[in-house]
Write a new protein. Sequence first.
Length: 527
Amino acid sequence: MEAPEEDEHLEFKEAKENFHFEKLVKYCVALANEGGGQIILGVTDTRPRRVVGTRAFSELARTKAGLMDRVPLRIEASELPDPNGRVLVFQVPSRPTGMAIQYEGAYWMRRGEELSPMSPDMLKRIFEEGVPDYSAEICPKAKFSDLDPDAIKKFRAMWRRKSGNEALDRLGDEQLLRDAGLIRDDGITYAALILLGTREGLNRFLAQAEIIFEYRADEASIPYQQRKEYRHGFLPLHDELWDLINLRNEIYQFQEGFFVGDIPTFNEAVVREAILNAVCHRDYRLAGSIFIRQFPRKLEIVSPGGFPAGITPENILWKQFPRNRLMAEAFAKCGLVERSGQGANRMFEQSIKESKRQPDYSRTDDYEVFLTLHGEVQDPNFLRFLEQMGKETQASFTTEDLLVLDLVHREQPLPQNLKGHLSHLRELGAIEIQGQAKGSRYLLSRRFYGFIGDKAAYTRKRGLDKETNKALLLKHIAENPGCPLTELAKVLPHLSKTQVKTLVRELKAESKIEPRGRTRAGRWYLK
């Protein structure tokens, strides 16, 4: 049996002779708190992992019964035969939503190779998973007069336009909001206040539902040149906020033949989507305001509360968890957001299509979501290439396709979940793949460099052919006898270490070079 790689859902322990039962319980609790996984005994802790076998827990049924007595989950235990020894696998399911599991007075988690109690921030995020939708809760003292009639009028028009249901015009204001779920027999929801509330109503009941806009002409500047504070139902502000940002929205012009194209620094669809996400998914139980900070080439949108449970910068495109579901449903009725998602894919797609940097969530923490939108066009040639590819192939690129093309263009590593789109893009003639498996390299196709009139750049990025690379290695070894592999890798920096190893093995098989010494101490000489 080949040992798999360790990740956040796998834990390997050598445990040749024994493994303490209480420690096993704590690891099972930690894995459950982290979403479930497996602990495997009889495999080395360190890489390269090897099966060494274990004598621990010879009575496996008894061990399983003991685990179920201490951990309120059904943990499966199995024994895998292997020529190198017995391997035990304990399969741990995830904890229930909104509930962390404790043992001996602590909620355990893994920290590197050790176990430690969970931090208060992580516990808070877990407990929040089970919290009811705050936007659907009733504001006890709010009245219908705390809602703005003009905002209700706008909500009606947007809902009618999205649904095509003209009968909405015949409903009274109160019945309209009842049908939308924004008010109930027991009172006015917080969602109704956030979307439709008057300034006086928000001042009394939800002052933190505020958006603050600031403009600075210089990123290093502390004083702002303009500041506006909005404490009013959001629906009437949606257009006003965009108009304010658009006042200083510079246009970048690019030319293709006789055609001159315009790209605004801040794309309207991207900005609107970012603001909607901030309003819809912030934590209204916290006292902070939403901040929109505009600079000439950058826009920052900061909202209180961190990501909803289970959402991270890495999975925000693929996973949705609306913190304020009733508000999300109201936005969907108005045609402002998709009911199925958060709209982050729109922001990424449009940014890549305009050859801008991807939306950046890297400054997000447990207390606030910090989104940066960069407005500067990075490479007009890449933008034109995407347009031309779409025209020629009549194929529309998916979000994943665009992410792959963008990362390849910027020579960034590809996450594993995107590699499945490589073959499709290669068939379209958009990218090329060099090497195999871990040694693979990806680059934009020859067509891209021909399109931009820089074929030399393609040759430089693709590198030399195999025989030329081997000749370079052979020449270096002849001039520098006793080269280690690390030195040979520097001779061909455009290749991965695995690809250099392959070339060295071929030269050895051709009886042109020979090794002296073993492993890392080995040196290469002409034969």
